[in-house]
Design a protein around this ligand. Sequence first.
Ligand SMILES: *Cc1c(COP(=O)(O)O)cnc(C)c1O
Length: 339
Amino acid sequence: MIDLRSDTVTRPTRPMLEAMMNAPVGDDVFGDDPTINALEHKASQLFGMEAALFCPSGTMTNQIAVKTHTQPGDEVIIERTNHVYYYEAGGIAFHSGCSVRLINGDRGRIRPVDITDNINPVNDHHAASKLVSIENTSNRGGGSFYSLNEMIALSETAHEAGLKIHLDGARIFNALVELEAPSTILGEHFDSISCCLSKGLGCPVGSLLLSNKDFIKRARKYRKVFGGGMRQAGILAAAGIYAFDHHIHRLKEDHRRAKLLGNVIAAAGFTDWLMPVETNIIIFKMKDSFSATDFVQKLKDEDILCIHIGKNQVRMVTHLDVDDGMIEKVAGILNAINR
Ligand SMILES: *Cc1c(COP(=O)(O)O)cnc(C)c1O
């Protein structure tokens, strides 16, 4: 099987498994797991933040961040296709009791004026605008990303208005390798950042929440409330440390392969609309005469997996377990469908 459904489908590599097996562990709920402590320390340094919190999922890191930034009845400004709103099962309402102000963005991205235009006046009638949440790279945006200056402009706009800003950086390293920018500068611009280890970085489990010491102290309590305190999870954190050391720079390879596939699809007769392929995600719309469901099935019959993501659109994602030979095979099959 060539699995292009998501970059979450990767299996840990042999050296990653070895790092996991050799990890010293302890009870992290007591703060005793040396490998988790090392991962949290390493991550906070990587992002130029004071502290970090290891969590089981990206959804949990994001939702803990929203909870820690807000009070019930506050409002969160967010683009309508961003994961924190669109794919977290109503978590903002469920966990934090906040309303949302949805922005129609450009491939998942918003502009500073979208923030200023959507801040509520302070009075007895309106929800208090508290938090801006952005996503980089953007999943529904086909892996589109913000430049460093764009991120800084959004952060400055939010802060000038007295709002906090959270970065859903599930795939932040996919953006950073394209920008050729160091992760360390992000810390000074965002009030909190989440980062997935289980996407392009290739770990089996885990996400990190980054912020200042006080915020992470409060977030740790919410992680407990959410049921996310783990015990000897250092075996998972060891995979994270390994991935930070070995799997960041190689993301460029995933992007190169996604662009190769994108070029094949752009020239194909079954689509007339392909989102620009900027990182490791390829999203295209089938022509009206083709059905995305049939297309996905046809590829499945050839041992290639991808997903139908609505409105006759198809998504493919490249990752650690996809090599050049597989891309060649997929390209061959796509060209054959085309004929
Ligand atoms: C995958 C993803 C998350 C978190 O997902 P989990 O499956 O809960 O780890 C958050 N944000 C974005 C943009 C994602 O793609």
